[in-house]
Design a protein around this ligand. Structure first.
Ligand code: IMP
Ligand code: MG
Length: 178
């Protein structure tokens, strides 16, 4: 385990099992249908690339980058598009791939933006912190619910660090409170 972590929450083996489980459900639900995976940069890159390896349908890939103003570890609800997607999503099935849903603001904004453009939108989030929710967003595919702790690894960062860790762990408080 990385020295800055307090505890591992989701192991590599557990991640792999969850990803396969979600992929099987997506394969079932979108059999014979075209699906756009809308990857939210940068946190969801690893989850998305793992997931797509197990998808066997007609899959298109695009990405968007959004960011909230203000503190790095607290989502403000003030969402800004930093990079837009290039596929015209009008009339398409779009699955937003998200690393984690915290307050729900990011996904709520992204979802309504894509719906306004005429897409049929669903959400796959690897992690959820239900205790932190401020707005309700329907998540069709979820990897795991976790407690209200700051986690890193498997794409998730703290100030851009730790994304490469192959597991998900709780960051020691002393790392971000110093
Ligand atoms: P929301 O808008 O509050 O739901 O925030 C979601 C975004 O905040 C995620 O896409 C992450 O980028 C970030 N985030 C929330 N919780 C964590 C965490 O525990 N570790 C790393 N990033 C997080
Ligand atoms: Mg994110």
């Amino acid at each position: 385990m990385h020295k800055d972590l307090q505890e591992i929450l989701v192991t590599e083996e557990q991640i792999r099992a969850k990803v396969k489980e979600i992929a099987a459900r997506i394969n079932e639900d979108y059999r014979d249908k075209e699906l756009v995976l809308m990857i939210t940069l940068k946190g969801s890159m690893i989850f998305a690339t793992d997931l797509m390896r197990y998808l066997d349908g007609d899959i298109l890939i695009d990405c968007m980058q959004v960011s909230s103003y203000g503190a790095s570890s607290v989502s403000s609800g003030n969402i800004q598009i930093k990079k837009d997607c290039s596929i015209d999503v009008y009339g398409k099935n779009v699955l937003i791939i998200e690393d984690i849903i915290d307050s729900g603001h990011t996904l709520q904004v992204l979802r309504s933006m894509l719906k306004k453009r005429g897409a049929n939108v669903e959400i796959a989030a690897f992690l959820s912190k239900p205790a932190r929710r401020e707005v309700e967003v329907p998540v069709k595919y979820l990897g795991a619910e976790i407690p209200d702790e700051f986690v890193v690894g498997y794409g998730l960062d703290y100030a851009e660090h730790y994304r490469n860790l192959p597991y998900i762990g709780i960051l020691k408080r002393e790392v971000y409170e110093k």
